[in-house]
Design a protein around this ligand. Sequence first.
Ligand SMILES: [Zn+2]
Length: 436
Amino acid sequence: MKTELFVLVAALVCTASKPLSKAAQRNKLLLVSFDGFRWDYDQDVETPHMDQLLQDGVKAKYMTPPMLTMTSPSHFTTITGRWVEDHEVVHNMMFNAKTNQKVPHKQTLTRSEWWDNGVQPLWITAQNQGLKTASFYYPGGGANYSGKAVNRVIVEESGHPDDNETEWRENIDKVMSWFSEEDFHLVTLYYGEPDNVGHAKGPDHPDRKTIVRQIDRTIGYLREAIGHHRLNDSLNVIITSDQGMTTVKKRPQVDEIVLNKYLNLLKLASFEILDYGGFGILTPRPGKEQEVFDALSNVPNLTVYKKDELPESFRLAKSERLPPIVVVADLGFNLNSRFIVYVNKGDHGYHSGEMDMKTIFRAFGPDFRRNFLSEPFDSIHVYPLMCKVLQIKPAPHNGSLSVTEEMLLLHGGGSQRSQLSVALLLSMMLFMFTEL
Ligand SMILES: [Zn+2]
């Protein structure tokens, strides 16, 4: 009887200690971003591979991006764990309010003066702790940080086609060989869809469903490739995005916003970025601050903020780069300055609390739980999760591991519990030995 009990207890000890021994192994991490993937894009299209991800890993009901809901600011929040007011990538358009210089997103990708504002992204933090990292098209990956470059960088060029499925697969093949043949620890991989289709055709267009099916096939291809490269036991994957997408409201359904009807922009503002979706910024000419604010306050379907009165939840007010006036349009309205020249049928940049701005989060791999549906969370908390998976010490950040760590098999409480149960079983065995 005692021998049987001993075998049982020994088996239990082995089972309990198995994940603990795994903790010593440093697994790799692939972060994939599909730009503009709204949280519910998989709910009206067959997405067998994404559905399988929930069974084999973790799905968040949705994820909330930072204010402001644009590609560069949001991606940089994910890779730094910092709010926009701290990392200072405050628009998709690089700008200098004094010189009126404006540089569009794709031309900013290698311009360190836009990205390197004293905050350290994950690639550099990991490299400083001995890991090998790479960025494939990921926003911010092409810049230098305090003079340091990411170990391997491929930057997406202006005009690069975003929807070529063959190239998508080739990019996965390259990344897999970096992990399996060159021992990279962290790779960030970016795709420009479904954002482009969402802008051009609108989120409700059948072409958006077509591109989501293509993304789903790509996820299936990724999973096969992980198997071929024998990375199933060592590679964790996070699939996420930067923001959602909403249908742009146009005439005749709505009265579109044309700001010059309410204030003479040329006379009253020395700098502006308008005509760029639902988020606008302005610098009033000296002495004209209140006049600009009052005039914008009269415009329907938008909210105007003085920078120093921005709600704290926006996490934008501390930014030095941000101009003194911020304008946020109601969902679906665009901020036109003088004329309506805007052709997009879908857009983002709206308040991150709007459901249409919410995005996806999926994760799978050796360190993630299976069949785990997470409550929604803010994207700021992905950074400490990635540091935990890579077993590195995070740089200062605004996220909280406690929000995301329950997705992990060995999350804090769980691993303490396993340690406790091992200790308990060991003392039981000791007691039995003395009895024997
Ligand atoms: Zn976009």
